[in-house]
Design a protein around this ligand. Sequence first.
Ligand code: FAD
Length: 341
Amino acid sequence: MTTETDVVIVGAGPCGLFQIFELGLLGLKAHIVDALPKPGGQCTELYPDKPIYDIPAIPVCDAQDLVTRLMKQIEPFGATFHLDQQVTGVQKHEGGSFTVTTSAGTELRCKAVVIAGGVGSFQPMPLRVDGIDDLHDRCVFYRVKDPRVHYGKDLIVLGGGDSAFDWVLELAQHAKSMMLIHRSDKFRAAPASVAKMEALIAAGKMKFAVGNVVGFEAEGGALKKIEVRATDESLSKFDLDHLLVFFGLSPKLGPIADWGLDLDKNQITTDTEKFESNVPGIYAVGDIATYPGKKKLILSGFHEAALAAFAIKARIEPDKKVHLQYTTTSPIMHQRLGVKD
Ligand code: FAD
């Protein structure tokens, strides 16, 4: 089923989120898609607890706090979020509308597309063992979509960061057995999580081993054993039902590269009046947009989103002049914001 809307935004990082606000002020409805399960882009994924000092009028706020504030600010506009799915295709129709399709089979028909894809979609770093991809999402998982799928199973988690530890600690209570394997005994995870894991090991509730997975055994599509090479090169085999891999995420430009857009070093070239790409009706804002003098800063993306919104309004309603209005005094904007005059 195809859903119709005014604008589809690709990427729910800070700039994609602010794009919803700027479109909403002008009375345009948006759907927003992100490959990640949560909005926030780099802020949420790479540095949620780090303070940002260069957002105008906010002397300091944590990156995650900025995302929370943006989510609050866009609430009145009721944008629809399609998370945990990558935009795989953008097809232009005669007459200038677009169909945007995602990896989850979502199909959105819209009058304009804004690409706010940052440095690309964040994809889990894969476990590189020949043939193991065939077991993806059956016995080998890069994300936990439904924790109950892993209850009562023999689980092995790979990784040493916060995601690996969060799931070890959460699932250890429900698994038949739990083991963590990491390439060293130094972890990137929060010290408090490491201490909790050590307590579980001391209580005999889980195990830990240092090493790298180098092979596996499967039977009838079910994972039976993994083979691990330790730092002294010795090999061991461990029984398991599910393998959960948390090696971190890496950004990939991915399908955006195939949409016929002019690119310069993996960024979309735009003008600086409308932030439109070489394909009329497809705009780019935030880190993915480039033009002379571009600076990859959140505040640059906010400015780009404002001007792109004006351009999109003019494209969608070519017969009407788009007036600049102040949120302070505009009754129609107050109405759209849900502000009582
Ligand atoms: P992103 O935040 O990269 O978000 C893009 C989103 O698009 C991602 O969530 C991605 O999954 C999604 N996406 C991409 N392709 C697809 C697709 N095909 N389908 C679905 N989803 C897709 N900037 C500042 O201004 N001040 C700072 O102090 C600051 N500190 C920083 C500190 C660190 C450690 C880092 C790494 C960056 C910092 N930045 C800072 C830069 C800032 O985070 C970026 O400029 C900002 O995140 C760009 O926002 P964006 O919305 O354009 O893209």
